[in-house]
Design a protein around this ligand. Structure first.
Ligand code: ADP
Ligand code: GLC
Length: 483
């Protein structure tokens, strides 16, 4: 049987480069798809900041020059096979140099336009012609637009179908429309009346929503929310128009990597069967590592997050005073907007035994916080899916969340689900709601320890593996392949 060939296009994937959940998804989903039926490969930019170990393992496939934004540009294609999946890396040191995957926003528009354009240009020279290109987020938004326009007249490209997954509608690749038109080389007519412009600006993601054969986002609730003006970031009308081809598929996590029974980042291992003892030891280890008071009775709340408005920091700040006093302890790991960083660091400096703030990215500490915290705070303003709460559930740290997007779909709040609950959720985006739900968590933790343990076991037994969601993506690929 001919396997369906699927090429993922994305700006990040674990273990190569990660700034958020996008990398977790792109690095895990290809492994969850049935290899008997699908030949799935991934193409990423070959950032010079990729770890040298991985760069050393790459094989050169080919190189060529392509005319883009005013001159000939080098395009190298390198590859690396990881556990049976081929990862391609599109090389151009001028565009993909620098300390991280993203640089300045305007320059990112140009470099990811280049990525989209040259990814397509590279296909005829590879021994892998995709039936479907699965594009992720705005960085790859021009691929469907190029396929239907610039490359549309070439028979090689005509049978290629596209899926576009929205991981975060907030970021659309917005810029001046003359600018996007000039650098992308796409016809001016697309910028004049619709497909690639919103208002008077150029918009890379809009092109994908317009031209992709299928559109998905990463939870059912977010799929519904973004068809409304409040969450729709000006794309609600277009998404409604495309609703026959638009679905929500909730993310999974890599349950073999995120496993408290085997996680090498932990000094104490535990499972649902010995959660009380295991979490107690993990909590003591975390308090020690972070210099928090060794207080077994505190409700230790963890946060591992980008420190941005999206993640509900505006609700956390007014409650910082409360969270930094008994019975609470707070352990924050994150980086992001300077104002939030300053407030969190300042609180930690004033209350070292109760609050710890680690500014930066640290994979091991993240895992120790998931394991050592009693509860996990994620009161997002909006949340397309959220992986952090899924990892927290798996490590028996009960999520305290705002009921929005993927948080609504994956956390079962005590007030609604009783004995079956896995966490605590509030509805309206205000500090009063968060205050209320913190009270509920504290009351349960301190007064109903049996119920708390039961919720931990419920949480740890949830199935957030990729299995079910992979099946849904396969359904979409099959439908497009047979079209
Ligand atoms: P988003 O992609 O919006 O940032 P998600 O919840 O989908 O949010 O995914 C965040 C991922 O990034 C999780 O795997 C989380 O553990 C990880 N993460 C976020 N911030 C940090 C950090 N400072 N250090 C280590 N891991 C982090
Ligand atoms: C985005 C979203 C997050 C989601 C992740 C992976 O970064 O903010 O909610 O989990 O993508 O899909």
């Amino acid at each position: 049987m001919n396997r369906v060939k699927v090429l993922f296009a994305a700006s990040e994937a674990v273990p190569f480069v990660k700034t958020g959940g996008l990398a977790d998804v792109v690095g895990a989903l290809p492994f969850a798809l049935n290899p008997q039926e699908f030949d799935v490969r991934v193409m990423l930019p070959c950032y010079t900041c990729l770890p040298p170990d991985y760069r050393a393992q790459m094989k050169d496939e080919r190189y060529f020059y392509t005319y883009f934004n005013g001159r000939d540009r080098y395009v190298g294609i390198r590859s690396l096979v990881r556990e049976g999946v081929t990862f391609y890396f599109l090389d151009n040191e001028e565009y993909f140099g620098g300390f991280g995957p993203y640089t300045d926003y305007t320059y990112d528009i140009e470099k990811f336009s280049f990525f989209c354009f040259s990814l397509l240009a590279s296909l005829p020279g590879l021994d892998f012609k995709p039936d479907i290109i699965h594009c992720h987020d705005w960085h790859t938004g021009l691929i469907p637009a190029y396929l239907k326009n610039t490359y549309g007249g070439d028979p090689f490209y005509q049978s290629i179908r596209t899926v576009f997954t929205i991981h975060n509608l907030k970021f659309q690749g917005l810029c001046g429309r003359e600018y996007l038109c000039r650098i992308s080389g796409l016809p001016w007519t697309l910028f004049y009346e619709g497909s690639l412009c919103s208002g008077s600006g150029g918009n890379m993601m809009k092109g994908a929503i317009q031209y992709a054969d299928k559109i998905t986002t990463v939870s059912n609730s977010y799929a519904e929310e973004i068809k409304t003006p409040y969450y729709g970031e000006s794309m609600d009308g277009l998404l409604q128009w495309r609703s026959a081809d638009f679905t929500g598929i909730v993310n999974g996590i890599d349950t073999s990597s995120y496993d408290p029974e085997t996680d090498p980042a932990l000094s104490v291992h535990y499972g649902a069967g010995n959660v009380t003892k295991g979490k107690k030891a993990a909590k003591a280890a975390l308090q020690k590592r972070l210099g928090l008071d060794p207080d077994p009775d505190a409700l230790l709340i963890g946060m591992v997050s980008r420190l941005t408005e999206q993640k509900g920091l505006d609700l956390v700040l007014p409650l910082l005073d409360r969270l930094s006093q008994p019975p609470f302890q707070l352990a924050v790991l994150g980086s992001g907007e300077p104002f939030y960083q300053y407030c969190l660091a300042d609180t930690a400096a004033g209350r070292p035994g109760r609050v710890s703030t680690y500014l930066g990215y640290n994979e091991d500490l993240a895992r120790q916080i998931y394991a050592g915290s009693d509860a996990f705070l994620m009161p997002s303003r909006f949340e397309p899916c959220g992986l952090s709460q899924l990892i927290a559930l798996r490590y028996g740290s009960l999520p305290i969340v705002r009921a929005t997007g993927g948080l609504k779909d994956t956390v079962m709040s005590l007030d609604k689900f009783g004995e079956k609950a896995t966490g605590f959720a509030f509805e309206s985006y205000d500090a009063g709601g968060l205050h209320w739900v913190l009270d509920m968590a504290w009351h349960t933790f301190s007064q109903q320890p049996k119920l708390w343990t039961r919720m931990q076991v419920n949480a740890m037994k949830q199935d957030f593996s990729w299995q079910r969601s992979a099946e849904l993506y396969q359904g979409i690929y099959r439908e497009l392949y047979n079209r």
